[in-house]
Ligand binder design. Structure first.
Ligand SMILES: *Cc1c(COP(=O)(O)O)cnc(C)c1O
Length: 373
């Protein structure tokens, strides 16, 4: 008997949410409206009362955060080479210069010593990324930001539900950006949100979100900055509202599945295969992904093909950004960030989603072991 294909990620939308979306579609108001406001209120409450604004992607959320911080031409922004390319693209989008610092081989997040070493007088901001939902050392991050007077735009796209020693990611810090793209822990199909410091920043965020427009009175309308079309719809916000009530359960389930992954791989897996497991952090991480770094003796393509033959879906997150053509054309080359280059070639994401069960984990682990041994 062949078991059905196990994807590496899958969104789950409950029937109540599907019905609520139907109600919105029948209501006569399908763009930004009461559902967006309700979703923003729910998010704000979750983040300890900090102001939150929603957008139509995590990407534009980070771009708007950089604009709010006044980042532009002549400024340098430091980030990690191991992220979705959006993280670096938004720096170019606002006219600033992306600067990379290599990653820590164990956490696979930006190495904070290398980040500090990359700071120049032109550095204006840092974009840390919490790969798979694992935060960086948040005390150290903000100590560096304060020491050099830098803004922080946290790319917490993967870290909704993660925490740092009991404090929720997003409930503290500078500006914190989340994504609700379909593969994230909760989704609005596409979307994002930004946690801000105060009401002034929230007003600026609203301007950039909608063509730079400010309205006053019955018919007053002015534009004083160049904004775009980045608003979330009530259709998307309704999905978000329906998903959000499950967040704690989703996080708990993912942690349970991660724990089972570690138990199934066993203590000798790394020594016997040469593959590297993720950091076994069952406290802070929301386990957005469970990622292995493969040994040198097998190519990722061959590994993926062999896993596919065993009906197990595998993702790869991510190839190192600095080696993509757009970035090579800006002067980045092989050898600049050796840890990121190795991890970017060898990292794979195993199946991880909240409707998986323990036997799915066992199937995935058995398949990995049979391919690697
Ligand atoms: C998903 C993701 C983004 C982009 O979010 P979108 O909503 O797809 O625009 C950015 N950074 C990281 C780390 C992500 O995982």
């Amino acid at each position: 008997m062949t078991l059905p294909f196990l994807p590496f990620s899958k969104p789950t939308i409950d029937e109540a949410t599907i019905a609520a979306v139907g109600d919105v579609l029948r209501s006569g108001w399908i763009t930004s409206g009461p559902k967006v406001l309700a979703f923003e209120d729910m998010l704000s409450e979750y983040f300890g009362g900090r102001p939150v604004r929603t957008f139509n992607s995590g990407t534009c959320t980070m771009e708007i955060a950089l604009r709010i911080a006044g980042i532009g031409v002549g400024d340098e922004v430091i980030t990690t080479p191991i992220s979705w390319v959006a993280t670096a693209n938004v720096i170019i989008e606002v006219g600033a210069t992306p600067v990379f610092a290599d990653i820590d081989p164990v956490t696979r997040n930006i190495d904070l010593d290398k980040l500090e070493a990359a700071i120049t007088p032109r550095t204006k901001a840092i974009i840390p990324v919490y790969l798979s939902g694992l935060p960086v050392d948040m005390e150290r991050l903000y100590a560096i930001a304060n020491k050099y007077d830098l803004r922080v735009v946290e790319d917490a796209a993967q870290a909704l539900g993660s925490s740092w020693h009991g404090k929720r990611i997003g409930a503290f810090g500078d500006m914190v950006s989340f994504s609700f793209q379909a593969n994230k822990n909760i989704t609005t199909s596409e979307g994002g949100c930004l946690v801000l410091n105060n009401a002034d920043e929230a007003r600026v965020a609203e301007k950039y979100r909608l063509q730079g427009v400010t309205r006053s009175g019955f018919d007053g309308l002015d534009v004083d900055v160049l904004g775009g079309k980045f608003n979330m719809t009530d259709v998307a916000a309704t999905i978000g509202l329906g998903q959000f009530v499950h967040l704690d359960t989703i996080t708990a389930t993912r942690r349970r599945l991660a724990k089972h992954y570690f138990a199934q791989f066993g203590a000798d897996f790394e020594a016997s295969t040469g593959a590297q497991l993720p950091v076994a952090d069952l406290e802070n991480s929301n386990w957005h992904m469970f990622q292995l770094v493969l040994p040198e003796r097998i190519t990722r393509a061959h590994f993926m093909e062999q896993m596919m033959a065993r009906q197990i879906g595998i993702g790869y997150h991510y190839p190192s950004i600095h080696l993509l053509s757009l970035y090579r054309a800006r002067g980045f080359t092989e050898g600049m960030f050796p840890v990121a280059e190795r991890v970017g070639r060898r990292i794979v994401s195993l199946p991880m989603f909240s409707t998986m069960n323990e036997s799915d984990v066992e199937r995935a682990v058995d398949a990995v072991k049979s391919v690697l041994q």
